[in-house]
Design a protein around this ligand. Structure first.
Ligand code: ACM
Length: 770
């Protein structure tokens, strides 16, 4: 035991000042202040710390298999983040170590007490999940230092605020391996999240084996990705375009469900009906209102629906029978979002069936399905949950609502006394980007920062009484734009942790700064457990403005305002000994500035670079160009190459038009651009008729450059796209620029006779005669 820290704080709600005191680098304190995420309900710290060593054991009551497993889980996590291998002892009288002890009285589900003193750490709870959560708090207390690993003396009393602390993962748009799904569940569990909503079926892929209907996976799980390049990517095994997809066997599903259960995570399946059905209908056209030729690779909202034949209802019940056998979850999600009535309206046979069933109009068809499956599930001791569109069918006994179109549906349902899970878009939708950084992964344009999520109140507009109908909240990870697993990790984490704290910690969130500070030491733990968290909150941002004498003023900051920024000016890698950024720097044009943020000697962010030479200052990548409009703006991935790095494009798919603001036109004689041709794989309904393109002068079209404005400015140049039609990837085009010396902006817009292919600007470089 070592005495290192002298701090006493009453309750965690007043911790922020305390953490500030410990945040400064170079102070004498080497034991970290408790930085637990989600923040415990009550936390007191005392003077001193307990040293964990390889001889420290974790003792659990004899014969308690569940606690032994939780203790082994804790030992594994501690080994990963501290390098120490602790032994689990069953029934040992462990006076100096970590001890799990059943509380004598009943504590709430998930509640625990955790005390660390000179004898070690003791976790007390009366439920199995309480021990698990106590263990995860203890794990986060263990602070590896150069001279040992220490846990500060604490007393924690903690319990969950809400019972549903969830995350949804879409494996239809992009398939994820079983190993990845298990990792995702681990990343949830260590933050006390407990509902894994597995979005298993959708238009772009059916991902769960159903033994009675093998074509759901032999056909429904596979698609040809959108675009010319994937069409031309012939699989030698079949002579056909290579297919993208995959599915989980029932054995794999059982394995995932059991794995999650050991971590106190319930896996809730989502089987979409009666819309988002086209992969199923591609496999079994007889169950669709209209046939589907092949599993689609477009994003957006499809018109495909199930029909009303008795055989279709039987099919869906058969599917549910197999699903219920695999998932013990009380709630089963039936989707129910974005169901278009168009196919039903156009079908004489549907009209006939509606008459037979006494359904008066097409808007009653979806409620018919919802009611049927609410009853089906209730008869089997389960409960239906669906996206908030199911509210439109009126009250359906014992079903719950997942509010995604903002919180409106959830508020309405809660006021009516129906149970609700808040998953509002866009705030809890991690497919939106989280920063404007140039290396932000693809995603929907509107930026939802870590702070936005942390500060959002999912109970707005509800009285205390009404709020009782809110079971909890969850983030969603829809994966249209998340091609790789690493991108899922970056989009979901650490933003999911902001939600985790809102749903776990007592009402009355701490200031965001407090969360962002606690997250700093936690980032290293996240990386140690195999996660690649986004560093967007801590990444260094550069702002360059002209200074006198041909120099430049460079201002640095981070999105969260946290992290010590260190930099180099000679192209070297910044490290924990590099100069600390204090104030804007005035630098010459030959400078290569590299910077990263640090927390106590450990890098929090990747190194980012800013060059100050003329070419670098007159270069704009996709994130540095403004969009002319943001009707439907997305940062997109190129469709090629199949493996490896692809170009990204930030584009409004309704108006492909970009602005290079405030260009330094001195000496500029031309412009070089990089363009990509993308598939227009978006089902956007009537919006497609509003796509705004300039009049082309050639068959393939051009990129037109205007002075100041694409709507009212003078045309400066046209860059023909013909040569770019020959490349699957990006193409560099170049043109002279004249008469633009006084341009306040350069505007680039696509001129083409059709929206397909979608031409997108990757970057712009101004050039000057050498
Ligand atoms: C949804 O995002 N369509 C639930």
């Amino acid at each position: 035991m070592k005495m290192k820290l002298l701090v006493t704080v009453a309750v965690s709600l007043v911790l922020s000042g305390f953490l500030t005191a410990c945040r400064e680098e170079g102070t004498a304190q080497t034991v970290q202040a408790p930085a637990i995420i989600p923040a415990p309900a009550q936390l007191e710290t005392r003077e001193g710390s307990f040293e964990l060593t390889a001889n420290t054991s974790i003792s659990v009551p004899a014969g308690d298999q569940v606690l032994a497993r939780t203790a082994a889980y804790l030992a594994d996590k501690l080994r990963t983040t501290t390098g120490l291998t602790l032994t689990v002892i069953e029934g040992g009288d462990n006076r100096a170590g970590i001890r799990f002890a059943r509380a004598s009285g009943a504590m709430g589900t998930g509640a625990y007490n955790l005390a660390v003193d000179a004898k070690g750490g003791i976790v007390q709870a009366s439920t199995d999940e309480g021990f698990f959560y106590g263990a995860m708090s203890l794990w986060q207390l263990a602070d590896p230092q150069a001279d040992g690993t220490f846990m500060p003396f604490v007393e924690i009393t903690d319990s969950p605020r809400l019972e549903w602390r969830g995350a949804m993962l879409d494996v239809s748009r992009h398939f994820r391996s079983v190993d990845f799904v298990k990792n995702f569940i681990d990343w949830m569990a260590v933050h006390k999240m407990n509902v894994f909503h597995w979005h298993l079926t959708d238009d772009q892929g059916w991902r769960i084996e159903i033994k009675k209907y093998p074509k759901l996976t032999s056909i429904g799980a596979w698609r040809v990705p959108a675009g010319d390049a994937p069409q031309a990517d012939i699989d030698p095994a079949t002579g056909e375009p290579r297919l993208y997809g995959g599915f989980y066997t029932q054995e794999q599903v059982k394995d995932v469900v059991a794995y999650a259960a050991e971590r106190f995570v319930t896996v809730m399946p989502e089987i979409d009906l009666p819309g988002h059905a086209s992969a199923a209908v591609a496999a079994y056209p007889e169950f669709g209102t209209e046939p589907v030729e092949a599993v689609g690779s477009d994003w957006g909202i499809y018109y495909s629906t199930f029909n009303l034949e008795p055989a279709t209802i039987t099919f869906l019940e058969d599917v549910m029978d197999e699903v219920l056998a695999l998932f013990p979850s009380t709630f089963v999600h039936i989707g129910g979002d974005e169901v278009a009535t168009r196919q039903w309206e156009n079908s004489a046979r549907i009209k006939e069936r509606m008459e037979e069933l006494g359904i008066e109009n097409v808007h009653e068809v979806q409620p018919y399905f919802t009611r049927h499956f609410a009853n089906y599930l209730a008869e089997r001791g389960r409960r239906l949950i669906g996206w908030d569109e199911i509210l439109e069918g009126g009250s359906i006994a014992d079903s719950a609502i997942m509010s995604w179109r903002g919180i409106k549906g959830g508020v309405e349902a809660a006021k009516a006394g129906r149970q609700v899970v808040m998953a509002p878009s866009p705030i809890y939708y991690t497919d939106y980007r989280q920063s404007y950084l140039p290396d932000e992964p693809p995603g929907r344009d509107h930026v939802q920062t870590l702070q936005d999520i942390y500060e959002f109140d999912p109970f707005e507009g509800l009285s205390d009484e009404e709020a009782k109908a809110v079971l909890g909240a969850q983030v969603t990870v829809f994966t249209e734009h998340m091609r790789t697993e690493e991108r899922v990790e970056k989009m979901a984490f650490p933003r999911a942790l902001a939600l985790a704290e809102r749903v776990w910690s007592p009402e009355g969130a701490k200031p965001f700064d407090d969360f962002a500070r606690r997250l700093m030491p936690h980032m290293a733990r996240l990386k140690a457990i195999g996660l690649h968290p986004a560093d967007s909150a801590y990444a260094v941002r550069f702002d360059v403005s002209p200074a006198t004498g041909g120099k430049h003023t460079v201002t640095l900051d981070t999105q969260s305002g946290q992290g010590t920024i260190r930099y180099t000016l000679d192209g070297g890698e910044p490290n924990a000994a590099s100069p600390v950024y204090q104030a804007p720097l005035v630098l010459g044009g030959d400078t290569v500035m590299r910077a990263a943020s640090f927390y106590q000697g450990t890098a929090l962010s990747h190194v980012r670079e800013q060059k100050l030479d003329w070419s670098s200052r007159t270069f704009r990548n996709e994130d540095e160009l403004a969009l002319c409009s943001a009707d439907l703006a997305i940062k997109l991935d190129d469709d090629w190459p199949r493996d490896g790095e692809r170009a990204n494009f930030l584009i409004d798919i309704v108006k492909p038009c970009w602005v290079y603001e405030a260009p330094d036109m001195a000496g500029v004689t031309g412009v070089r651009i990089s363009v990509g041709n993308l598939p227009y794989n978006f089902q956007i309904g009537d919006l497609i008729n509003k796509v705004e393109l300039k009049e082309p002068q050639t068959e393939a079209g051009e990129i037109v450059v205007f002075k100041d404005s694409c709507d009212s400015g003078m045309e400066l140049a046209r860059l023909p796209l013909e040569v770019a039609t020959k490349h699957y990837g990006v193409t560099t085009l170049e043109a002279p620029l004249e008469g633009a010396a006084d341009a306040q902006a350069l505007c680039f817009q696509v001129a083409a006779s059709h929206y397909e292919p979608l031409w997108a600007l990757d970057w712009v470089q101004l050039t000057r005669g050498e």
